[in-house]
Design a protein around this ligand. Structure first.
Ligand SMILES: [Zn+2]
Length: 652
């Protein structure tokens, strides 16, 4: 597919891309059916994330889509076009808050014009607020969309005030931060060696003064969606490739039926055991970035098939995991004595849903429970077809030419950029997240480091990848042809952390998102500590700021020093040190530099975020018998979103 169109459209700060699934056609019919049923199970969870992100999101989605489908006026008017952009942004973020900054965003038309759109569409098809009339609806609905103060942030990490009161996400209702923290503290069994991830799959509400936990399960919260998911998971079971995979699917089904977090751990263990299958599935309540208290998980699903060639690279890294652990800069007492089965592989995404879609991760390392990782290891994947799509889309975008200081840096990037970023992702996921251990008696980071836990964890994983990027060992293991790959990685890490990632922050705001905080934290720290030796020079030429690395080896040892400290913070649960590091280096943005970067970026006309349209799978029938599954690659993002809302709605 040489003429495959990667980018299909761009609006606001978003580009829509497509990924290909190499090798799907050559899968056996059984594996294709497995992929198909798992994809259905993935899509049936889509409604859940809308509701988790904000309690009115599903109602808003229904009503916005009603305007899209039934508006009678001029569909070329400025107002309607502004509405279209807003609706696409809404789909992209799975709700009214920006997927990355977490801030509420707004249509660029006026509230009055928006009301006209509402009135000139099919009024009887709107979903109304409880017990409210249609006329009240128009005013209140427009206000919900346009009010700048109401539910302005999905996840707030501002510790000055109650995190739950400030956050619009839908994991807690009428519950204060203190009440939520106490609720879980009282449940905590401190002696347990196998602590379940308390609160992972539930919503906390207060009713008549009592705090109740609504568990996500069949016959519980989100039952309608989970029931559909289970229906398709059960259809997939007969096509499991082996016993391990069958057991994993079955325990996932059991978990959705019981909602018991011990069952979730059993599922995670069974999933870890399945290392041989071509088809794999991540499905459930996994990541906790959407909860300001870092406890409750959003729904996500990723269906994949193995990328055999890149898997060889990942396996080489994981087979040498203990070498990396022993040779990292962390202190002996924070190192693992042995590394339990970090299985690493590269995959091609086949279907993404929930928190993985339309914006997607490029690598995943699971399960998250620290005790399982310590005792049983983890499974780490990098998503080759997504990384390749980004790479293809970014070639010739002009970003490197604008922000790299010299020709050499640009040439290096063009030659080694792809392998450097794949290697970074592999080291980050396989070695980084899998390394290190907690000191005896120290509780999990979510408990100890609270709102700084995610940033510290990401910093740790990035620092491992950065520290080893120049190591001869990588050449010895045939992972990179020479050190230029590492040099290229250092250039691009410093460039993106100190300059280009700022385009993702609105002018005047601080950095909120954990991965971005982590990157700035690292880059600012090494810049400051290397200042006397001129390790990294800050240059300003013709009004443009650049960061030029002079001493790559010194930089590597600075990464090592910070790695040691960040590992100590996690292992010892040192909240104050985490707070100081993150607040002093990771959060604040230099105003003048921010302004300059935004201006330089604007001239390039590239949206800073990207997300993907999924492939579409359709069964082929002969008579009543399914004989094949076909793949095609839709181009129209809006059509895909409408089809998903029509075919996979269960909660509204
Ligand atoms: Zn990570």
């Amino acid at each position: 597919m040489t003429d495959f169109k990667i980018q299909t459209e761009q609006f606001a700060d978003i580009r829509i891309l497509r990924y290909q699934v190499p090798g799907f056609e050559n899968l056996s019919f059984d594996k294709k059916r497995l992929v198909y049923f798992l994809s259905q199970a993935a899509l049936w969870g889509r409604d859940i994330i809308y509701d988790q992100n904000y309690k009115f999101n599903l109602l808003i989605r229904h009503n916005l889509e009603n305007i899209y489908k039934t508006y009678q006026g001029n569909r070329e008017s400025e107002t309607f076009l502004a509405f279209l952009v807003y609706l696409k942004r809404f789909w992209f973020s799975n709700g009214i808050h920006h997927h990355y900054s977490m801030d509420k965003f707004f249509p660029s038309c006026s509230e009055e014009d928006f009301k006209d759109l509402l009135l000139n569409s099919n009024i009887s098809d709107y979903k109304l607020f409880k017990d409210k009339s249609e006329s009240v609806f128009i005013d209140e609905f427009a206000k919900l969309i346009f009010d700048k103060n109401e539910d302005a942030k999905r996840v707030s990490l501002n510790t000055e005030e109650d995190l739950l009161v400030q956050s619009a996400c839908n994991f807690y209702e009428n519950v204060s931060q203190q009440e939520a923290e106490e609720f879980y503290k009282n449940q905590k069994k401190t002696d347990s060696k196998k602590p379940i991830s308390l609160g992972l799959n539930s919503k906390l509400i207060k009713e008549n003064g009592n705090i109740l936990e609504l568990t996500y399960k069949i016959d519980g919260h989100y039952s309608a969606a989970i029931g559909k998911m289970v229906f398709y998971l059960e259809k997939a079971v007969p096509f499991a490739e082996n016993k391990e995979q069958q057991k994993a699917l079955q325990s996932l089904i059991d978990f959705y039926k019981s909602g018991d977090l011990n069952d979730f751990d059993n599922y995670s263990l069974a999933w870890l055991e399945d290392t041989e299958s071509t088809v794999d599935l991540i499905h459930g309540f996994i990541e906790t970035y959407g909860d300001p208290l870092g406890r409750k998980a959003t729904f996500e699903s990723l269906v994949s098939i193995r990328d055999e060639e890149s898997t060889k690279r990942a396996e080489t890294i994981s087979n040498n995991a203990i070498w990396f652990e022993q040779n990292s800069t962390t202190s002996i007492k924070h190192k693992k004595e042995k590394i339990n089965g970090v299985t690493a592989k590269a995959i091609f995404a086949v279907m993404e849903s929930g928190d993985c879609s339309p914006a997607t991760p490029i690598g995943v390392n699971l399960p998250n429970a620290d005790w399982i990782r310590a005792e049983h290891g983890s499974k780490s994947v990098s998503i080759s077809n997504i990384i390749d799509a980004y790479d293809l889309a970014s070639k010739n975008s002009g970003v490197i030419e604008e922000f790299a200081y010299n020709e050499l840096e640009i040439t290096l990037d063009k030659t080694y950029g792809n392998i450097a970023s794949k290697l970074h992702v592999d080291l980050h996921e396989i070695i980084g997240h899998g390394s290190g251990k907690l000191e005896n008696g120290i509780a999990e980071p979510a408990e100890m480091l609270k709102n700084y836990a995610s940033t510290i964890e990401e910093a740790r994983a990035d620092l491992v990848a950065l520290y080893f990027a120049l190591d001869q060992k990588l050449i010895e293991l045939n992972l990179m042809p020479d050190e230029k790959v590492g040099i290229c990685e250092y250039n691009s890490f410093i460039r993106s952390s100190l300059l280009t990632q700022l385009v993702r922050v609105e002018f005047g705001k601080n950095i909120e998102e954990s991965h971005m905080r982590n990157r700035q934290l690292i880059a600012k720290w090494v810049f400051e500590k290397g200042k006397n030796d001129n390790v990294i020079e800050r240059i300003k030429e013709n009004g443009k700021t650049y960061f030029l690395i002079h001493d790559y080896y010194k930089l590597s040892s600075l990464f090592g020093m910070l790695l040691k400290e960040v590992q100590r913070i996690k292992s010892a649960g040192d909240y104050n040190a985490a707070k100081n590091l993150v607040e002093n280096y990771g959060v604040k943005v230099e105003k003048d530099l921010h302004k300059e970067v935004l201006e330089r970026w604007e001239k390039l006309h590239i949206a800073p975020y990207a997300g993907f349209v999924n492939p579409h799978y359709s069964p082929v029938f002969e008579g009543y018998t399914m004989v094949d599954i076909e793949i095609d690659y839709p181009e129209d993002f809006s059509q895909q979103m409408l089809i998903y809302s029509k075919n996979y709605s269960s909660l509204i």
